[in-house]
Design a protein around this ligand. Structure first.
Ligand code: VGL
Ligand code: ZN
Length: 203
């Protein structure tokens, strides 16, 4: 069953948002068009409590985009973003949501970041997404959304580990950092994922 997974299509990742991904808004119309091609559409939402440990503002003298060690893991210190129930955490207003059957929220634990829609960054806690997809019979996962070099990449890595067949729809994502994305792209391919363009989708 072909499943479209929409990662973090939220206001704070759009131009003008708290953690803006360049051209992030340019994927919304395409994502809307693509949805009708899939048997199942689900979405993730970055959903942090105020004062989340990934926020620079939560650390004394913490500089935005600096990398620190947090419980032994590398942690980028982000601007405050996707705080639960704020406008920045809402989906882009143009995103079609009528076909989204389930929304998996992540980053809710105040102490640990969670890029992937499947697990937190230390792989301590699952969101239940893998089990949900298995119960639904979803074996072929197509990924779109933001940001290509963080939450999309980490979600695909976990999905591949869980044994799902994965495709990244390259023109339906944008990266925070293009060089980071180039590395992520190579890693996805090396791990057996596929990278395609929406025009090459054959259903
Ligand atoms: C994301 C950084 C921090 C993402 C979320 O959605 O890619 N990136 N939180
Ligand atoms: Zn976040």
């Amino acid at each position: 069953m072909k499943t479209l997974i929409l990662i973090d299509v939220q206001n704070d990742f759009m131009p003008g948002g708290a953690l803006a991904v360049p051209e992030g808004d340019e994927i919304v119309a395409l994502i809307n068009e693509l949805q009708s091609e899939f048997d199942l559409v689900i979405a993730t939402q970055d959903w942090h409590p105020a004062g989340h440990a990934s926020f620079a503002s939560s650390h004394e003298a913490g500089k935005e985009f600096a990398v620190i060690k947090l419980d032994g893991l590398d942690q980028v210190l982000w601007p405050d973003h996707c705080v639960q129930n704020t406008e920045g955490a809402m989906f882009h207003p143009d995103l079609k949501t009528s076909r989204i059957e389930a929304i998996f929220r992540k980053g809710t634990d105040p102490k640990i970041d969670s890029y992937s829609g499947f697990y937190d960054n230390a792989h301590l806690k699952s969101t239940g997404l893998a089990g949900y997809l298995r119960e639904k019979g979803a074996s072929e996962l197509y990924f779109a959304g933001l940001a290509a070099d963080y939450c999309v990449y980490f979600s695909i890595k976990d999905a591949l580990n869980e044994g799902f067949d994965c495709w990244l729809i390259e023109d339906a994502t944008r990266a925070l950092n293009q060089e980071e994305f180039e590395k992520a792209r190579i890693d996805i391919l090396r791990k057996g994922g596929k990278v395609i363009r929406s025009a090459d989708l054959e259903f």
